[in-house]
Design a protein around this ligand. Sequence first.
Ligand code: ATP
Ligand code: MG
Ligand code: MG
Ligand code: MG
Length: 572
Amino acid sequence: MKASQFLFATLKETPNDADIVSSQLMVRAGLIRKLASGLYVWMPMGLRVLKRVERIVREEMDGIGSQELLMTVTQPGELWHESGRWEDYGAELLRFKDRHQRDFVLGPTHEEVITDIARNELKSYKQLPVTFYQVQTKFRDEIRPRFGVMRAREFTMKDAYSFHIDKESLAQTYQDMYDAYSRVFSRLGLNFRAVQADTGSIGGFASHEFHVLADSGEDDIAFSSESDYAANVELAEAICTDVRQAPSQARQDVDTPNMPTCEAVAEHLGIALTQTVKTLIVKGAHSEDNPDAPKLVALVLRGDHTLNEIKAEKIAAVHAPLTMATEDEIKAAGLIKGYISVDLTIPVYVDRAAAALSDFVSGANVEHKHTTGMNWERDAAITEVVDIRNVVDGDPSPDGKGVLSIKRGIEVGHIFQLGDKYSKALNCSVLGKEGKPVTLMMGCYGIGVSRIIAAAIEQNHDDNGIIWAEPQDKADSIAPFYVAIVPMKSKDGVAEQKAEELYQTLKSRGINVLLDDRDERPGVKFADLELIGIPHRIVVSERNLAEGKYEYVNRANGEKVMLDLEEVLAKF
Ligand code: ATP
Ligand code: MG
Ligand code: MG
Ligand code: MG
């Protein structure tokens, strides 16, 4: 590519609405342009990067036998009604109607569509296991789009879905995906970690997230100092808590109309009530009785209020949480140290709540603990006790090996053993060995293709601009151009001529090379090339040519050496 024929949309100034270094650099380097909140145009320079990431992802998906297809961005609402997610998904799902008043959504993910394809196309266990993938635009109406393409509303995802006759087959494909993801992120030269993740409201069997380690990440990741244990803190927190057997009596008691005394509840839960925290309330309600109610709310209060006083509305503000608390109401009660909400119908969550409560109440520095607010909308399916600061640097690792350290991560990939949630809801089955219909097991696997680019830049840049990682195989470099050749103006055009010759030679060898033949001062060109992060630069000047030399500069480490032509060619 000749730079004179290519749009260099570089900017000197940092755009003031770019909130993070990667988005600033991506805009300044002319990779992207913001169209509206969470909507970005990939400029020619940026699209070259995106395509290179896509190529690596495709190679690894093809490599494990996943078949590429392309679904539609627009999806019939009917499928989302069938899966139940029309109601469940929340405001991130952009819903709209066509001219016939039929419901549609812009796809934030494609479980429904792929399951519809599978139920129509798959007939027999002999066709399994099978995996499909696509690289496609997703739309999520993020509540707070930010950080450029990192948390955009429209973004590129590679999403894959697998179908299986049984759990064992699902586990095998999951492992293949795990390995393929590890290869993708290694080839991209990212400093990443795979971590155990929450199976969330879907409640599948297993889940891992892949995180690029960077201070700007939005997730907290806990690592063991002495083992491979690594988990999203949200999950680590729940497991870390010393889960003890919750006496079943406690569950019955909290459900009875006659509320037990706080001492009795504390005893059942094995909690020591301290002087600082004298009142503990545990309120329960089964989901069948009242689907809207929080399933179990445990409040830890400071003071000497008895349950009877509270029930008698002597403490009016606190009464609200006993019936139907909102986060604000609970906070408004003022005295409350924190609260935990779990699904009472699932014993393990009660166990965890008990353990967390115990820690919470009897902890030495109870004064400084606080729990995060619960999202009541999500509580119907809450899976963990949420108190993200529960796990701190130095806590023992849940696997008993070493202590935890907490780092920030950017989620670039997520794999998930879904089980039969979608296949059951959409009635996706095939004929099994015994000739009877078998509901399929499913896995889903996502990579944030566009987010990867921002994450790579977060991890690797300097004051002059982007630095693209040098991969083991140079064909894997995601830099928009791998080498730039810069001719210096020469009297009889000899430098320009030699630069053109070198350009043609490298091009013929399949090198992704740019000839910077723009009519600009060298300083402008060098600044642009550094901003864009082109890994290798070769300056061709009359003076150096007189000695048979070319000036080579390495973007990443600043190395500057004089090479003769053979050495230049040997380098690439
Ligand atoms: P996050 O926790 O960051 O909101 P997610 O868990 O909602 O991400 P998934 O549903 O797991 O995302 O989607 C798969 C991948 O898509 C994520 O791992 C991430 O890399 C990418 N992704 C998700 N949301 C966005 C977004 N708004 N902008 C860019 N990439 C995204
Ligand atoms: Mg999200
Ligand atoms: Mg996530
Ligand atoms: Mg995720």
